[in-house]
Each structure stands twice: as C-alpha cells, then as structure tokens.
Design a protein around this ligand. Structure first.
Ligand code: E4P
Length: 218
C-alpha cells in the first residue's frame, strides 16, 4: 500500500520524504489555508515547491464549482508540473470535468466521496483516484472503513482501474484497516504513519541488546 502525506506543510513533507516512506502528497484548500498560503501566484508556487520535494503524485484541488471553471483550473494546475494530479469534487459538474480532463490525459483525484455510488460515477468518468473520507464518516457515526472495503470490492469486481485513495485517515488503526481491506493508498498526517513503528517489544528488545553490548564493551 502506498502512503501519501496529507499536508501542505513543507517541513513535514521534507521530513517524510527523507524517511523514504511517502509516495506522494495530497492537499486541499483547508490544508493550504492552514499554512497561510494565499493568493493565486503563491498557491501555484507552493504546489511546485511540494512537487520539488516529493517523488510522486501531488494532488492540487480546484476551487471552481462550474464545469468551465474546473477544466480551466485543472489545465492550469496540470501544466505546473508533471507530478500534479487535479483534485475535483464529486458533484455533477465535477464528474463532467473529470471526463474532460481524463480524455486530455490529465490525471484526477475525485474528492469528497462518501458513497459507493459516487465512487462508481467518478471511476466511470475516468478518475485516476477516488478519495473516500474515512474520518469524516466516523465523525457522524458511520463506518468509514466499511466504505473503503465496499469501493475496493466494487472496483475489483468490475475490473475498474481507478485507485482507492483512502482519505481523512486520522489514526494508526485506520491505516492497518486500509491494509487489510486492500486500499491502494492511504493519505494521512505523518503521526499515524509513525505510529506503525511503535511496539513495546521492539523498545524493550533494543534496550536489552544495548545493555548487553555495553556490559562487555563499556
Ligand atoms: C485529502 O485528500 C482530504 O482532503 C483529507 O484527507 C481530509 O481530511 P480531514 O477529514 O481530516 O480534513
């Protein structure tokens, strides 16, 4: 399973890239705002900065909600860097825009997916990725992970090439579940990924190895 880092924070992206554990980055307008990136020129430059740090796909989201606006933005974003994937919301105009962009060879990430029906329409339109939001479903007492399993099964059953990019991943157990269910990618902050390393037997085992070494070697 691949990992995308779900942030627009350049320091965190550098840290994860140097660890050698990430395969791309996802951003959204809220994550860009969190970093204080404002104004079109700064926003576009920030996407290029991210592409120059990370090896892999970088999702950049359109802010238009009409078809013409989305395709114009999508073409502009895609022209920024070969690693850019255009992120488009799963609304009627968005599906049409994904169809247009995919026909032009521009890769897309269909976002804000909360049902299998939405994922099916995105895949039929030619989306490279669909992003079902796990944490936000959990937040309203729905099983976000169940949706990941259903979409993985649907794409496998129908032989659809769209990849399942599990988004809104909030903790390490979410990641473990994504692995079990066969998600293609999980996008999350660095902290839950690092949580995968934690095990008390690793910590106590390492402590003992070092104690035994130092007993003889000082
Ligand atoms: C990434 O593609 C999504 O926009 C992101 O994972 C949403 O996460 P959140 O629900 O924690 O805001």
């Amino acid at each position: 399973m691949k990992f995308f880092l779900d942030t627009a924070n350049l320091a965190q992206i550098k840290e994860a890239q140097e660890l050698g554990i990430i395969d791309g980055v996802t951003t959204n307008p809220s994550l860009m705002a969190k970093e204080g990136i404002k104004g079109e020129a700064n926003i576009l430059k920030h996407y290029v900065d991210i592409c120059e740090i990370v090896d892999g796909d970088v999702s950049a989201e359109v802010i238009s909600t009409d078809y013409e606006g989305m395709i114009a933005e999508g073409e502009k974003l895609a022209a920024l860097h070969p690693q850019i994937v255009v992120k488009v919301p799963v609304i009627k105009e968005g599906i049409k825009a994904i169809k247009y962009l995919s026909k032009k060879g521009i890769r897309t990430n269909c976002t804000l997916v909360f049902t299998t029906g939405q994922a099916l329409l995105a895949a039929k339109a030619g989306a490279t990725y669909v992003s079902p939001f796990v944490g936000r479903l959990d937040d309203i007492s729905h099983d976000g992970m169940e949706l990941i399993g259903q979409i993985v099964d649907m794409f496998n059953y129908y032989g659809m090439g769209t990849q399942v990019l599990a988004a809104s991943i909030r903790n390490t157990m979410h990641i473990i579940k994504c692995i079990e269910l066969g998600a293609d990618i999980a996008t999350c902050p660095l902290e839950p990924i690092l949580g995968l390393l934690k095990h008390p037997l690793t910590e106590s085992g390492l402590k003992k190895f070092l104690e035994d070494y130092h007993k003889l070697n000082g």
